[in-house]
Ligand binder design. Structure first.
Ligand SMILES: [Mn+2]
Length: 543
């Protein structure tokens, strides 16, 4: 009997033990992150260091914060998923206080029983060593107290400018304190410029009142490469300056700004990360494919479940329920579910319409699985049947998308599919009488069609030519808001079709094609019955 009880007890412990250890096991392996750091180091010139900060916690309201999300570059290089950490990668071997040599060090959140009781377990130094494969690990406070001399390096690489939204907390090694300490140690000057800013400033210093318009044009062109330029105070002043003395004053300031001497470089790190991250490894493709297929399953379930009396929020909830059911942690970006004219708002995230009625519903959502996010859009008729007008617009977008996808081949310019799609959309709009000529300027397709996806929904890349193992979206659309200069029957129709395409030696592979794309296949799927039809909750408004 004693033995039997012992046996039962052992089974009980084993079961409890088992259920406690069933955390996801398919995160990227530590070898992935180690190898990524090796490649970055191999690109760094002698006597340089890259300094990479984790993301910060952002406040939602009062004492509630937004859910923490790691900075994608930091995650890519470390696998560390906590705030308040900093990574240093050295081009050359360094020697620690015990005479041991190392070429990278990570400073992490210190273990703290009280904090961990409230906010969850921290990896700490030992966990970071064993789970993430770092050999040189210290606590954040050690970075602050260290006397690392950043001036000794020929170059210090950081990830662009600091955003100044790091929260100052009571934690002595919060990311706010880490960044502050780095700024002091490195004599960081907030006015240092990246290459594009320097270029814009040089244009300004050479500008005259006569050729100001040309300079302005060139600067606007540069803002497409670096958005920060749009808010640069000197550039704003330059655009407003219309007399000689004002212009001279700005030119004096910009020349001064160009003269700052620093060993801090804002370009190298983001450029290298774009080059690394734009081509996916096999492990990354596995996770991305999973995120994409989960998102396609969400679209399928919503197609089956959608009814005219459903709200946009409810439809969003069905997508997101499917994501969670498959174990996806988050959505990769705020979900967009827009019925009718709401679909014309490109980043419509209110999802507040209480009944989708008989409109087309545009649904742009992506599951985030182990950090990797999909980006899939389907546009479907709420009542299950496309009207002739809806179908006419839909088929133009689909034709544009298919022709665009066919160009996702190794060596083709990444800008090419957009040109192909735009041409087909213009021809389609002309044929339907929505525009009057092929070269008519219109805003029925106001966005690009192609971006990388990965740890970011808009993943960094160089955007030159398609290469093997890149994963990019193809997402043409037509948006005809109410009041547009065309026949009223088109008003309020918005269609976007977005798929995620893997570039291979054998041509493009559409990773999201499980979600129906043709009007026929969508109508067929929508005619299927949904298990959610039986999910009826009590009416809370009834007394
Ligand atoms: Mn997209």
């Amino acid at each position: 009997m004693k033995n039997f009880i012992f046996l039962l007890f052992t089974i009980f412990i084993a079961k409890v033990g088992f259920s406690q250890s069933t955390n996801p096991t398919d995160f990227l392996p530590k070898e992935f992150h180690q190898q990524r750091r090796e490649i970055l180091r191999s690109k760094m010139p002698n006597n340089s260091v890259a300094v990479v900060f984790s993301n910060t916690i952002r406040n939602r309201a009062n004492d509630v914060d937004f859910i923490f999300h790691q900075d994608p570059n930091f995650y890519y290089l470390t696998g560390y998923r906590e705030p308040s950490a900093v990574l240093l990668i050295f081009s050359d071997e360094q020697t620690n206080e015990n005479g041991k040599s190392y070429n990278e060090i990570i400073y992490v959140q210190e273990k703290n029983a009280t904090s961990e009781m409230w906010d969850g377990v921290r990896l700490g130094k030992e966990g970071t060593k064993s789970k993430l494969g770092f050999s040189e690990v210290k606590n954040g406070i050690d970075f602050i107290q260290s006397n690392i001399n950043f001036k000794q390096f020929d170059q210090v690489f950081i990830d662009g400018k600091f955003k100044d939204d790091y929260r100052d907390t009571s934690d002595k090694a919060s990311i706010y304190e880490l960044v502050k300490s780095f700024k002091e140690k490195s004599e960081y000057n907030p006015n240092i410029k990246n290459t594009i800013e320097s270029l814009a400033y040089r244009l300004i210093s050479k500008s005259t009142l006569e050729n100001k318009d040309e300079t302005k044009k060139a600067i606007v062109e540069l803002t497409t490469k670096y958005r920060g330029l749009k808010n640069d105070p000197f550039i704003l002043d330059f655009i407003d300056s219309n007399d000689f003395s004002l212009l001279k004053d700005i030119q004096r300031k910009t020349s001064l700004a160009l003269q700052i001497e620093t060993n801090i470089n804002l370009d190298f790190f983001p450029n290298q990360m774009a080059t690394l991250r734009e081509v996916k490894t096999d492990e990354e493709i596995v996770l991305l494919t999973k995120a994409i297929r989960i998102s396609a399953m969400g679209q399928i379930e919503v197609m089956k479940a959608m009814k005219s009396d459903m709200s946009e929020t409810e439809l969003q909830g069905i997508h997101e329920f499917v994501y969670k059911k498959y174990g996806a942690e988050y959505e990769g970006y705020p979900s967009i579910v827009g019925a009718g004219n709401n679909g014309c708002v490109l980043h419509y995230i209110e999802n507040s319409k209480t009944k989708v009625g008989n409109d087309l519903v545009l649904m742009d959502l992506g599951a985030e699985y182990r950090g990797y996010t999909a980006d899939v859009t389907r546009t479907i008729p709420a009542n299950g049947k496309f009207t002739p007008e809806q179908k006419a617009i839909y088929d133009v977008v689909l034709k544009a998308q298919e022709a665009g996808i066919a160009a996702y081949t190794i060596g083709t310019k990444i800008s090419e599919p957009k040109k192909i799609a735009r041409q087909i959309i213009n021809e389609g709009l002309l044929k339907l009488g929505i525009i009057k000529s092929l070269d008519e300027k219109h805003s029925y397709l106001p966005h690009g069609t192609t971006h990388h996806i990965g740890l970011d929904v808009h993943d960094p890349g160089n955007y030159k030519t398609f290469e093997k193992n890149m994963v990019l979206t193809m997402e043409p659309g037509i948006y005809i808001p109410n009041g547009s200069p065309c026949d009223k029957k088109w008003w309020g129709i918005a269609v976007r079709i977005e798929d995620d395409i893997l570039i291979t030696e054998n041509g493009p592979i559409n990773l999201s094609d499980e979600a129906p794309r043709t009007t026929k296949a969508i109508e067929k799927m929508m005619a299927k019955s949904s298990i959610l039809n039986a999910f009826i909750l009590p009416n809370l408004d009834k007394k």
